[in-house]
Design a protein around this ligand. Structure first.
Ligand SMILES: Cc1cc2nc3c(=O)[nH]c(=O)nc-3n(C[C@H](O)[C@H](O)[C@H](O)COP(=O)(O)OP(=O)(O)OC[C@H]3O[C@@H](n4cnc5c(N)ncnc54)[C@H](O)[C@@H]3O)c2cc1C
Length: 487
């Protein structure tokens, strides 16, 4: 009888690769089945946002990405003139990191392989059947047909997800009504701004540097937004639209990649069906506005990884897996709504331009700018309490803390050394963080789970008013609070 995997991850894009890292870190037997024989060289995404960088830092991976990317202390909403100020965000990473998706994927794949994950390229999944104990997969590879059996399967296989379709999970939404184009090109006369956005009655043009000597140009041209996705993009098309809208084609030449993309928008009805789960683009699809899709996929993977590992390896209750849909689908829903709003704002009609001017003005108010920045950077994502028995502690549990994201606090230990909270979470396990002056009675929880909890006693840094009166907390492996209790 063939080996039964704990988890088969279908799709080796950024979401599937990070998920596989998380599972392997917890000792889960996991394989990634990826259709492409070779890594993809073109990069759809160019951005890693603050929460994604925090997610990587929670596992000690951030340095590899920081050294390959270029930070810009802003983000944008619908290419409005007033950019979002990321420099004021409460994070160790107050910027957008410009890094091509191909680099992100290569770094994640290297990490997955370091952790012992088999990333099987050239493996296309075509059939799926689940029963009480597991899921059977069938597909084809260069070597012929293959079969796999796993206790759980995750579809991280992108917007056209075969896993989602085979599991019968509905993906309601709207068809493409508008297309736009991009070109990764060499510019003879590049703009001086680090990120240029122009929207006027002729359309919209965005120009950002993507690699030494290469710029990404994205064009929303109202005269060509009805062109179907299948029609190839030419350099002349890009030049003409760009010159008409921006007044110059920036001397573009030597295209590395030209592509047309659209505004098809969909959200999976549920992220779990029995032993099948969805993550990343397989669960949400939208117009790529604000540079968010890959980021939300990484954050889905972080939320799902430790839960799935806990159920597979540590006897955690099955309800923990239901919390994945409960916590992440609202994030997908918010992503859909903000990209729809941005798509509307990227029109070039007189009315839209007036609305853009008004929105731009409003975004000058620091409070509003901060709210939008928190949303695009995903630092505003918080959850509620997990639907599992709460721990017994000798002081009251503090309401409003469960599910909150913790920043990377600099904690002072009894011996005077400082430890950043996130480095204490590198092993991907629960952390019991004692914040009282004196050692106290540890909390008790249901036998069996959470298991393998790490302990750290430390003092909170000065200036963190919100931690006054907190005696301790159980921190989830993804850096959100499980429960906090009074001092
Ligand atoms: C023009 C454009 C610009 C974008 N810019 C940004 C940006 O700046 N920032 C951002 O965050 N996001 C951006 N995105 C979105 C981002 O590219 C996606 O959200 C991201 O790739 C999703 O990652 P994923 O791993 O979920 O899915 P994918 O990257 O689609 O990976 C899915 C993988 O599954 C494999 N697969 C598919 N079917 C099967 C099968 N049956 N069997 C086995 N393997 C299979 C595929 O080969 C693929 O490798 C952009 C998208 C577009 C189109």
């Amino acid at each position: 009888m063939a080996e039964v995997l704990d988890v088969a991850v279908v799709g080796g894009g950024p979401t599937g690769l990070l998920l596989a890292c998380e599972l392997a870190l917890a000792g889960v037997r996991v394989q990634v089945l990826e259709r492409r024989a070779e890594p993809v060289r073109e990069s759809r995404a160019l951005t890693l946002h603050p929460r994604s960088l925090e997610v990587l830092a929670l596992r000690g991976m951030e340095a590899r990405f920081l050294e390959r990317g270029r930070p810009l202390p802003t983000g944008h909403f619908a290419m409005l003139d007033t950019r979002l100020d990321f420099s004021v965000l409460d994070t160790r990473f107050p910027y957008t990191l410009f890094i091509p998706q191909a680099v992100t994927e290569a770094l994640l794949e290297a990490r997955a392989r370091e952790l012992g994950v088999a990333v099987l390229r050239g493996h296309t999944v075509e059939a799926l059947r689940q029963d009480e104990e597991g899921v059977a997969l069938e597909g084809t590879s260069d070597a012929g047909a293959f079969r796999r059996r796993a206790r759980f399967v995750v579809g991280a296989d992108g917007a056209r997800s075969a896993v989602r379709q085979l599991a019968g999970i509905p993906f309601p939404g709207t068809e493409v009504t508008r297309t736009a184009v991009l070109g990764d090109v060499v510019l003879g006369a590049p703009p001086t701004q680090p990120a240029l956005g122009i929207v006027n009655p002729h359309g919209g043009v965005m120009v950002v540097p993507m690699a030494p000597g290469v710029h990404r140009i994205v064009i929303n041209d109202p005269l060509r937004e009805g062109v179907p996705l299948r029609e190839p993009v030419t350099l002349d098309e890009l030049r003409e639209s760009c010159a008409r809208i921006a007044g110059t084609d920036f001397g573009m030449k030597d295209p590395r990649w030209l592509s047309r993309f659209g505004n098809e928008t969909r959200l999976a009805d549920r992220y779990r069906d029995g032993r099948v789960l969805l993550a990343g683009d397989a669960a949400h699809m939208h117009f790529p506005a604000g540079g968010q899709g890959l980021n939300v996929g990484l954050q889905d993977a972080m939320n799902l990884g430790w839960k799935l590992a806990a159920v597979v390896k540590a006897g955690a209750p099955d309800a923990l897996l239901d919390s994945y849909t409960r916590e992440r689908r609202p994030v997908g829903d918010a992503l859909i709504r903000n990209t729809l709003a941005q798509t509307a704002l990227m029109g070039a009609t007189q009315e839209t331009l007036a609305l853009r001017a008004m929105m731009s003005e409003l975004l000058r108010a620091p409070k509003l700018n901060r709210e939008f920045a928190d949303a695009i950077s995903a630092l505003d994502v918080g959850y509620g309490a997990l639907d599992v028995p709460e721990p017994q502690v000798d002081t009251p549990l503090l309401p409003g803390w469960s599910g909150r994201r913790l920043v990377d606090l600099e904690l002072r230990q009894d011996d005077g050394t400082d430890v950043p909270l996130y480095s204490a979470l590198h092993p991907g396990r629960w952390l019991l963080l004692g914040l009282r002056e004196q050692p106290d009675t540890p909390p008790r929880w249901e036998p069996g789970w959470p298991s393998n909890v790490m302990h750290l006693r430390a003092r909170a840094p000065a200036g963190r008013e919100e931690l006054q009166g907190v005696g301790g907390m159980l921190v989830r492996p993804d850096g959100h609070v499980g429960w906090a209790w009074a001092a």
